[in-house]
Design a protein around this ligand. Structure first.
Ligand SMILES: CC1(C)CO[C@@H](CC(=O)O)CN1
Length: 431
């Protein structure tokens, strides 16, 4: 019977075009985690965790209707997993009415770090603001106290820049100009030159990034006198791809020259210590091999690097299911002391909902994506990685642990001018 099954809802972005179809790899990863937690005798003994999944296509409207279907159809769900910032925003804003915790494995929007709007939201995917302390750390390391910002006019980048500006002010770093563009960066780049911007933080999606790079070539705003920070989660050879398809007027060679030397920051989503056993008993390499086998069986040509979308974020979905299992296990232990069980949870039972909330809130473990822990806003606490394009290839320069303010640096950086670029034009007064 249904007596020993704990049901959770899963909303995955699979089909569709707009946004991030990361459910393609994240749903298989979540199912692997279900297999693993249900196989553990020491987790939820006597119970089975069951995931009821649906496709949101990364569309908030469809995500909302999928959520209603999950909630208005039996069996009763204990919490929801969701991906895509737009869907998580809609689902998490509504879920509080059903006293449901929402765990987002694929949502980077800074707007989600808001306990007033999203009192029951947790994310194993770090907010896009996780890059900002790393950017500040590097500016201090290289003595840059005068920077500029170039951003695409998208919600996620607007709120990320607001956080970056606040941190720059706090660090005594002057922002000489903040330029934004919708899709054509020509004027914005020209204004950077007018303001003599030398260290620029660029925040845009990858298609816009290619347009920016070609514009930098045209306006010669790159090379030994400039430092560019780009986002690190684009494909490795993003600056050579789709040039014809997207009408980029620069050649591959021109794009490579403009890209040479730029820095990137990104959140770590795969535990870097490849031999370290995680709570599941697997290393992140073991997980990669298992996931690759599952994806091959689903028809993805993994051996020719044909990965589904969301491959990079798959550990976040795997660890999200573990977070739920560990939190339910903790809640079950606690409820048993009062002769209660999670089976008594219903959408109006605030008491058990609060138990689940506080259990997730204090859940910490070593997952495939690294150490999993949540801030008071439900945000994922994550390490970041810094890379630089050296001879057309991304090289890892170091890692930054914001919580510990600890920068691990490998001294691999290369400056084409033979020294660290300056953040302004130095006028030498000849006396
Ligand atoms: C790193 C990225 C690509 C950022 O967007 C996330 C999707 C979203 O925030 O909607 C998925 N992971």
């Amino acid at each position: 019977g249904d007596g020993n099954v704990l049901h959770i809802g899963g909303i995955f972005p699979i089909a569709g075009e707009g946004g991030w179809q990361g459910g393609q790899a994240c749903m298989p990863a979540a199912n692997l985690a279900l297999e693993d937690v249900n196989a553990r005798k020491d987790l939820l003994p006597g119970y089975v965790l069951k995931l009821h999944s649906n496709d949101s296509e990364c569309e908030p409207g469809l995500g909302a209707s999928v959520m209603y279907n999950l909630l208005y159809n039996q069996p009763q769900k204990l919490m929801l997993l969701a991906g895509c910032s737009t869907v998580c925003t809609t689902v998490a804003e509504a879920a509080k009415m059903w006293n449901l915790v929402v765990l987002c494995y694929g949502a980077s929007s800074p707007a989600l770090s808001d306990r007033n709007r999203f009192p029951t939201l947790f994310r194993t995917h770090p907010s896009a603001t996780v890059h900002n302390p790393t950017r500040i750390k590097l500016m201090k390391k290289f003595g840059w106290s005068r920077v500029a910002i170039l951003q695409q006019a998208e919600e996620v980048f607007i709120s990320t820049v607001e956080d970056l500006e606040a941190r720059c002010t706090e660090a005594g770093i002057e922002i000489v100009t903040r330029q934004s563009f919708l899709s054509d960066p020509t004027d914005a780049v020209r204004n950077l030159r007018r303001q003599d911007a030398r260290v620029i933080v660029g925040l845009f999606y990858v298609v816009a990034a290619r347009r920016v790079l070609c514009e930098l070539h045209k306006q010669n705003l790159y090379g030994k006198s400039y430092t560019w920070f780009f986002i690190g989660w684009y494909e490795d050879n993003w600056f050579e791809q789709n040039l014809e398809k997207e009408g980029i007027e620069c050649t591959r060679e021109e794009m490579r020259r403009a890209a040479e030397g730029h820095l990137t920051t990104e959140a770590l989503m795969w535990n870097q210590n490849l031999n370290e056993r995680t709570i599941s008993g697997m290393t992140s390499e073991d997980f990669r091999l298992r996931l690759n086998n599952v994806l091959r069986r689903e028809g993805y040509d993994i051996d020719n690097q044909r990965y589904p979308e969301g491959y990079q974020e798959a550990p976040l979905a795997y660890d999200a299911v573990w977070s739920v299992a560990l939190a339910f296990n903790k809640t079950m232990d606690r409820l048993h002391k009062y002769g209660k069980s999670l089976k008594e949870f219903n959408y109006n039972n605030k008491e058990i909902a609060d138990d689940i909330y506080s259990a997730i809130n204090s859940t910490q473990f070593l997952g495939i994506s690294g150490f999993v822990a949540f801030s008071s806003q439900g945000d994922r606490i994550a390490l970041t990685q810094i890379e630089q394009v050296i001879n057309n290839t991304y090289v890892v320069l170091g890692y930054y642990d914001t919580q510990a303010d600890n920068l691990t640096w490998f001294d691999r950086e290369v400056w084409s001018g033979g020294k660290v670029p300056q953040d302004r034009t130095i006028i030498r007064r000849v006396l």
